[in-house]
Design a protein around this ligand. Structure first.
Ligand code: ZN
Length: 200
């Protein structure tokens, strides 16, 4: 597995925890948990709070700016993020509105080192709950909207390659199989041909 690139759209807020031991290994392409639809969370209990803490530590250690529960092997509808304004966790998130279009070169901690230009809505409205059970309602634009859509995808078993056109997806699948399934020795062949980064 390639090391995390120094900059990806998921990077950018390494925080003070960078370098500390990560409680979880982030699951990568080929792990079936990434393809399952995660289940609604019914109770926020001590176990869930601990999960959120461990997910945040894992996210900062990568480093990343977002991480969904399936990425640490937990099939629950939960993600954490920090876009530089402190750690947040959203339970049972829902995107209720989407507007506009925005192209962004997007990467994923579960397909480290690979990036694709992906078009998604530019603005979205996200609702859900925080760990205190309060309702959360966020109007998000550009990077934050992108992050929310990316994490929501993980809760529905959707990965970046699902957003590519047929030809690009076929090429990406060959790279992914070589990199993550046929073994690390093939990793040297990995190239998306699109590694320019456009972090705002
Ligand atoms: Zn991801």
């Amino acid at each position: 597995m390639e090391p995390a690139a120094p900059v990806t759209w998921q990077n950018g807020s390494a925080g003070s925890l960078k370098g500390m031991a990560s409680p979880y290994q982030v699951r990568v392409f080929g792990d079936p948990v990434l393809r399952k639809v995660a289940k609604e969370i019914e109770d926020v209990d001590g176990k869930l709070v601990k999960l959120v803490d461990d997910m945040l530590d894992t996210m900062y250690a990568e480093p990343g700016i977002g991480l969904a529960a399936p990425q640490v092997g937990v099939g629950r509808r939960l993600f954490v993020y920090d876009v530089g304004e402190g750690p947040e966790a959203i339970v049972n998130p829902v995107i209720s509105e989407a507007r506009g279009e925005w192209v962004y070169e997007e990467g994923c901690l579960s397909v480290p080192g690979l990036y694709w230009e992906i078009v998604r809505p530019k603005e979205i409205h996200l609702t859900g709950h925080d760990l205190d059970g309060n309702e959360v309602s966020i109007e998000a634009d550009e990077l934050l909207a992108r992050l929310f859509q990316h994490e929501l995808d993980h809760l529905d078993g959707v990965m970046l390659i699902d957003h590519l056109d047929d030809d690009t997806r076929k090429a990406a699948m060959r790279t992914l199989r070589a990199t993550f399934i046929d073994g690390a020795e093939a990793g040297g062949q990995a190239s998306s041909g699109s590694k320019k980064l456009t972090l705002p």
